[in-house]
Design a protein around this ligand. Structure first.
Ligand code: SF4
Ligand code: SF4
Ligand code: FES
Length: 284
């Protein structure tokens, strides 16, 4: 990660950071303005660390530290994803000098819009992980025995699969998708955790699955062992909230930080589900 060159005269002394905060799930959100000292080569995570250390707003009010998620700090885990100056992206790779070059007045931080807020900038991406279960996004190898070397993957398939394998389940493609609507349920009184999870999963399974899982289905369907579940994956993508819900707006591909060819995966899925339906019809 290299910082863009910013001329010294353009470097401010302080940075204004506006944060959309929320104290708990379902609570009303509110804006808070923080001011931190400018340092060279900061990213948004280091801005949040300074804000947490100060825990004081621009007008001197003592506040609880802003909460956010992060893991790898090198755009691999996807957990630090948030909306930065109106664009969904990873906060670890969002460089302050570059943000200030675009908007010298302030940096605006908001949680992702399509997932329930846990607190401040932390969201619950359970639906995204549920969608990977929905398409059985894995290679089905389950044995204690030595199965020997796997089948060779032709170079052409390696080249086709590698870009798709870079998905880090960050959820940017879902946040930007007009067909992907937020689902936020609350646990009823007397409802056990298991009952709530079941009700939530049932709701997730009817709603649009989104570009990330569609693309992962194409990745595993093009793997020599993964393709054992190809028909089940296509079946899942043919049902409610599957491929036909995609409106082809292409926002997903525009925001994917890994530049995964999502619209190509969507087109491949469209063809594969059609062939799957024809095959099923002949097998009746
Ligand atoms: S192409 Fe489909 S998945 Fe991508 S943003 Fe548009 S509707 Fe969503
Ligand atoms: S496809 Fe791209 S934007 Fe979507 S979850 Fe994967 S890495 Fe993130
Ligand atoms: S902390 Fe892992 S992607 Fe940012």
């Amino acid at each position: 990660m290299t910082a863009p060159e910013t001329s010294i005269k353009n470097r401010p002394q302080f940075i204004n950071v506006r944060v959309l905060r929320q104290d708990e799930p379902g609570a009303k959100s509110y804006w808070e303005l923080h001011k931190i000292k400018y340092e060279r080569e900061m990213n948004v995570i280091s801005v949040l660390q300074r804000i947490a250390a100060q825990a004081t707003t621009v007008d001197g009010k003592k506040v609880t530290p802003v909460a956010w998620d992060c893991g790898c700090l090198e755009e691999v885990c996807g957990s630090c994803t948030m909306v930065i100056n109106g664009r969904v992206r990873q906060s670890c790779s969002a460089l302050v000098d570059r943000l200030l070059a675009d908007n010298p007045d302030e940096i605006v931080l908001e949680p992702m819009t399509k997932f329930p807020v846990v607190r401040d900038l932390m969201v619950d991406r359970a639906r995204l992980f549920r969608s990977l279960k929905r398409i059985q996004g894995w290679v089905p190898v389950d044995s204690y025995y030595n199965l020997g070397p796997g089948e060779r993957i032709p170079r052409e398939d390696q080249e086709r699969n590698y870009p798709l394998s870079q998905c880090m389940s960050c959820g940017c493609c879902l946040d930007a998708c007009p067909q992907y609507q937020k689902i936020e349920l609350t646990q009823n009184e007397g409802e056990s955790d298991e009952e709530f999870e079941q009700r939530q999963n049932a709701e997730f399974d009817e709603a649009f699955i989104g570009a990330a899982a569609i693309s992962q289905a194409m990745l595993f369907n093009n793997h020599p062992t993964g393709k054992a579940l190809a028909a089940e994956r296509l079946e899942a993508l043919s049902g409610p909230g599957g491929i036909t819900t995609c409106g082809n707006a292409q926002n997903c591909v525009a925001v994917c930080p890994k530049e995964i060819p999502l619209t190509r995966s969507i087109a491949r899925t469209g063809r594969a589900t059609t062939l799957h339906a024809i095959k099923k019809w002949f097998e009746r």
